[in-house]
Design a protein around this ligand. Structure first.
Ligand SMILES: *Cc1c(COP(=O)(O)O)cnc(C)c1O
Length: 508
């Protein structure tokens, strides 16, 4: 839960009263925010007993790890006047509303009696938390703002720096992102682009894949994987998946290779790497390019090599639901080849090099600096978030085991460490998947089917000539898999709620 810390609490905490409250509010479960407008008031109050610089330093130290909530000018102007609260307290009410906080921690709860927000003194925080956690009524599949307290100040600061600079497309922030992601994924080069889909498209363009060419891939993935191949005029050739990992079965690839095959496009689905060594060996033997769709798998590893850093190209998405998401669309292509790197950069800007001279036809695949700045500010947390997701996955495992649910479900397995759990996908036995999904959704436990119809059976790919039964494992996975909330911000209590609802469904 997230609360605003009233300035009277912060002043008292700095004075040594309520010493625990700031520490408690640095914890994600009881995250505290401070209103930017109250900083000057806090400072003036400290000045009664402190030197200027001393007061300044005291605030800085006290607020370490506490995000500052800044209202916009319009928020402030539109704050309705109150007959019994001063302006700063009305702004606090406004902040609780616009940041959707769970209340305000204050030494004088009576000030907020008529405001409609929950106000309570510092001593009551443990009780409020306990009550709040005990009565969980809702677990969204993904709750992006729930992780804001951890990163808000850095993200906001970086966003405003870009806005103030007036430099919005490509530029130094994008170059910094490219360097850092190249480093993170162990790939020599990286090119920031407009989305994960555009990353795939651009990699295919750089690889000169077009009409008459075939690309081997999986039918059990997000549409963009095969969609980008067809958009280039090439033909996706599907091979079935391994039922345990949901990933393309590396043993089935060789049989699909023809003289027209130009590339293999493995997808590291849900955050677990495809079994890469046999795939890379085949590619080498048949002189095929490997384009990794690592959209769901940033940070995923196979024998200590990272997703996107093993093939000729790695394609990443920073769509908000991915493990490293921007505040909008963005993506990135990594490559091992200097030649492809240069080509990707030129294709990204309409094949233009030098300015207004075009030797090839590219497109607008540019990433904007705002997304780059946000993603960079979030990248610092990625390893911790991956740990959180992996811990959450293990907790589900333990809960499923504790309640002996193994007859009804198959749980996701980490065959190739490390799985980064962009999704935690269970398989529901006895044709119960759809009924379970309906039950969970009606009890506000988020869950989703990724993906209900494999790509070879999609209407728009009819012309490829596939039919039902061609890829039985992919078809089975589409009919029995269900993703449960596993993101870093999901709490133990929320996971217990999901499991409780699953048990209710089974015993009903
Ligand atoms: C999300 C995703 C994409 C596309 O990324 P966008 O940024 O949404 O365009 C491609 N492939 C897979 C496997 C994905 O999950």
């Amino acid at each position: 839960m997230q609360f605003l810390l009233h300035h009277n609490v912060i002043i008292q905490a700095i004075a040594g009263n309520h010493p625990k409250i700031l520490k408690q509010c640095r914890n994600l479960k009881s995250a505290g925010w401070v209103l930017s407008n109250s900083l000057a008031t806090i400072h003036s109050s400290l000045r009664m007993t402190m030197e200027l610089k001393e007061a300044h330093d005291a605030i800085k130290i006290a607020l370490q790890g506490i995000p500052v909530a800044s209202l916009t000018g319009t928020d402030m102007v539109e704050t309705p006047p109150s007959a019994d609260r001063d302006y700063l307290d009305s702004l606090a009410v406004r902040a609780v509303e616009v940041f959707r906080l769970d209340g305000i921690i204050t030494l004088k709860p009576e000030i907020f009696a008529e405001s409609g927000i929950h106000a309570f003194p510092p001593d009551e925080l443990p009780r409020v938390l306990e009550e709040g956690l005990a009565c969980i009524k809702k677990v969204p599949l993904l709750d992006i703002p729930a992780s804001y307290p951890q990163m808000w100040n850095d993200v906001e600061h970086e966003m405003f720096k870009v806005v103030r600079s007036g430099h919005f497309i490509l530029g130094p922030k994008v170059e910094e992102l490219e360097e850092q992601i190249a480093d993170y994924t162990q790939a020599p080069h990286a090119v920031g682009v407009s989305s994960g889909t555009d990353a795939l498209l651009l990699a295919l363009m750089a690889a000169d894949i077009g009409p008459g060419d075939e690309v081997i891939t999986t039918p059990f993935t997000f549409f963009a994987t095969a969609g980008s191949i067809v958009r280039m005029g090439a033909k996706p050739v599907f091979v079935d998946i391994d039922p345990v990992t949901f990933n393309m079965d590396a043993q089935k690839i060789e049989a699909a290779i023809t003289p027209r095959t130009k590339a293999i496009m493995p997808v590291h689905l849900y955050g677990q790497c495809v079994e890469m060594p046999p795939l890379l060996e085949l590619a080498d033997k048949h002189k095929l390019l490997v384009i990794e769709d690592a959209a769901q798998a940033i940070g995923s590893e196979y024998l200590e090599r990272r997703a996107g850093g093993m093939g000729d190209f790695g394609c990443f998405s920073f769509f908000p639901t991915k493990n490293l998401g921007g505040f909008g669309d963005a993506g990135l292509v990594t490559t091992r080849s200097k030649k492809f790197y240069e080509k990707l950069k030129i294709l990204r800007v309409h094949g233009m090099e030098p300015k207004y001279y075009h030797s090839m036809i590219g497109g607008n695949f540019r990433i904007d600096a705002l997304q780059a700045a946000i993603i960079l500010a979030k990248l610092i947390h990625l390893e911790n978030w991956i740990d959180d997701r992996r811990n959450n996955a293990q907790r589900y495992h333990r809960l499923f085991q504790k309640f002996s649910l193994s007859d009804q479900f198959s749980l996701p397995m980490e065959i190739f460490p490390r799985h980064v759990y962009n999704q935690y996908v269970v398989r529901v036995h006895y044709d119960q998947r759809d009924a379970l999904k309906k039950y969970l959704n009606s009890h506000n436990a988020g869950c989703e089917i990724y993906y209900p119809l494999p790509l070879h059976l999609q209407e728009c790919f009819k012309d490829l000539g596939y039919k039902k039964g061609d890829f039985p494992e992919a078809e089975r996975a589409a009919s029995d898999s269900l993703a449960l909330p596993v993101a870093n911000e999901v709490t133990t209590e929320q996971q217990e709620y999901v499991i409780k609802k699953i048990r209710e469904f089974i015993s009903a």
